[in-house]
Design a protein. Structure first.
Length: 96
């Protein structure tokens, strides 16, 4: 299963008082993925989520994205990364 970020929105999903993810999730009635509240060895949920977003290039599969994020911030459960990516897909932030 490969994920690719759409061209818009660019940059992080939360910036300068506006949270694109939260806004879209609220409208769609989608629960906040567990990854966003995860505390890793060298990073917090938002850092893990942003890097997952960066690694979703249409070439890496979910396991490769999880492995790359884990290499930067410490181990993270595969299910959390997949749950986050699937939520973004549901909110139309991704294509396959």
């Amino acid at each position: 299963m490969q994920f690719k970020r759409r061209a818009t929105p660019k940059g992080p999903l939360a910036v300068f008082g506006y949270d694109y993810f939260a806004d879209r999730a609220k409208t769609a009635g989608v629960a906040t993925p567990k990854l966003l509240s995860y505390e890793g060895l060298w990073g917090a949920g938002e850092e893990y989520a942003y890097e997952a977003l960066n690694f979703a290039d249409g070439k890496r599969n979910a396991q490769e994205i999880r492995d790359a994020v884990s290499a930067e911030y410490g181990p993270v459960p595969f299910e959390m990364v997949v749950g986050y990516l699937k939520t973004l897909e549901r909110l139309a932030c991704w294509s396959r």
